[in-house]
Design a protein around this ligand. Structure first.
Ligand SMILES: [Zn+2]
Length: 483
């Protein structure tokens, strides 16, 4: 049987409002003492009543509009009941049959293809987050667990796609683009590693010939962009192997084990939850007037797609560069600030996509915490243009800037790495090399081009790379001809 891959995603994004979804508690829980950002509402104490934070609604509408969804002008909250110590009320307030946004889509571009793929968005709904359990030691052998309810009531938007992905790579491309969109919208910081963007996936294999659907497996705990592709690819291979061996695929939920690079079974369908949804009696249906939706639509900020096109046009850079530079909002901001100070957009994008992003990745740093500011990067490029340092030297200067956070001119001054601009001094060096290497001079005169490179190399060696290669090249050529 020839199989076709069928993947759908469910993404939770943490909305960056100042207050929680149904109370006035602060959402800034990271680094806070456990259980200090709580009140009777988010602790679910009897008699307390939730009140919807209007900002949460606004952020979720903004997200839905950007994902081309139709907005339900009347939507409703439901109680999703389950018992677990991370949820003091024993139910989560979520949306069920009438979510905020429905029937949207997002287009993704695939590498080495001009074709765009349309991924349908089934729904966007809002809900509250649960608390966090901290286990003593390993969860399986832990003698006790601690509950921290600071995260209870943090606003989330859940985005559900149709099963429109045909490869793990497409799912990853979608997620990267979604992150960039929510960042540009200013509704979520998109930090997957810190949990402000979380992704679950459904995956099955369908018979390509008959279209017969396969058994669906859900994967949870995918917490990085790299893991999305790895976890899905593992699952594709696992399911293909089972089918090839004539085995059956079980409908189950599997957990991505990052350290072992495998998915592990968590629970089968028989153990699946019955959430006993019912309408939340403490909250009225949410009514959104058309005016608010139109206002949000009108004031939508520039989205990555438009920004990418503008970068190509305004800064004369290739599509590929623009794609990378707009893949997160802060990379785009960094580039634009630098581009406002420096005329050559392509030189800038080369340095940012090459040296800068590589160093940041190695140090696991986000670009907003880059030790080299846009201004300092431009300062270094100006030194190259002025002939103070060569491109080769600039690489060393760059490394030192990255290590110390100092600007280029300071590093050049302190370490004395400058190009020798005194031409007389360079000519002396050229003459010395010519006198010392008569054989190479002879070879060059006989037409061996490589001999010239050798002679230039010798000058570079004497000057410890501080000579201008173009100048030396010309100088040797002229003098050798005279001999
Ligand atoms: Zn609260």
């Amino acid at each position: 049987m020839k199989e076709e891959i069928v993947i759908g995603l469910e993404i939770h994004i943490q909305l960056m409002t100042k207050a929680k979804i149904f109370c006035q508690c602060s959402t800034g829980y990271i680094g806070k003492e456990p259980n200090t950002n709580t009140c009777p509402v988010c602790l679910g104490l009897p008699g307390s009543l939730p009140v919807l934070n209007k900002k949460v609604l606004e952020f979720a509408v903004r997200t839905s509009v950007a994902l081309n969804c139709k907005i339900n002008q009347v939507s409703r909250f439901h109680r999703k009941n389950y018992f677990y110590p991370d949820l003091p009320k024993a139910y989560q307030i979520s949306q069920y049959d009438t979510p905020l946004g429905i029937n949207g889509y997002m287009e993704i571009s695939l590498p080495e293809s001009t074709e765009k793929r349309k991924i349908r968005i089934t729904r966007v709904h809002i809900e509250e987050d649960a608390g966090k359990l901290v286990h003593e030691g390993d969860i399986t052998s832990s003698s006790y667990s601690l509950a921290d309810y600071n995260r209870c009531g943090i606003p989330l938007a859940e985005i559900v796609t149709e099963p429109d992905f045909r490869s793990p790579e497409e799912a990853q491309i979608f997620l990267v683009k979604l992150r960039s969109i929510v960042q540009h919208l200013g509704v979520c910081d998109g930090n997957m590693e810190e949990g402000s963007m979380r992704c679950d996936a459904n995956i099955s294999l369908r018979d390509a010939k008959t279209g017969a659907l396969g058994i669906k497996v859900e994967i949870k705990n995918i917490n990085s962009f790299k893991a999305v592709k790895k976890a899905l690819q593992f699952e594709v291979d696992r399911q293909k192997k089972l089918l090839a061996e004539g085995e059956k695929i079980m409908q189950e939920t599997r957990h991505w084990d990052e350290s072992r690079n495998i998915t592990v079974s968590m629970r089968s369908k028989e153990e699946a939850h019955d959430y006993r949804y019912f309408p939340e009696p403490d909250l009225l249906p949410v009514k959104i007037d058309l005016k608010m939706i139109n206002e949000i639509r009108k004031n939508l900020p520039e989205l990555p797609e438009a920004r990418r096109k503008r970068f190509i046009k305004d800064y004369q850079i290739p599509e590929y560069d623009a794609e990378i530079l707009t893949s997160t909002s802060s990379t785009g901001d960094y580039y634009e600030k630098a581009a406002s100070l420096y005329p050559n957009g392509k030189v800038l994008s080369n340095w940012i996509m090459g040296e800068l992003l590589r160093n940041l990745k190695e140090e696991k740093k986000e670009i907003e915490y880059s030790p080299i500011s846009s201004e300092n990067l431009v300062g270094m490029l100006n030194l190259i243009d002025e002939g103070v340092i060569s491109i080769k030297m600039a690489k060393d200067v760059f490394e030192k800037m990255f290590e110390t956070g100092k600007d280029a001119s300071q590093i050049v001054k302190e370490s004395g790495i400058t190009q020798i601009t005194d031409e007389n001094e360079l000519i002396k060096m050229v003459d010395k090399v010519i006198n010392e290497n008569p054989k190479s001079v002879d070879d060059f005169n006989k037409g061996k081009k490589k001999a010239l490179n050798f002679l230039v190399g010798q000058v570079m060696r004497y000057t410890k790379g501080r000579a201008k290669p173009d100048f030396i090249f010309e100088a040797i050529k002229q003098r050798v001809k005279k001999i």
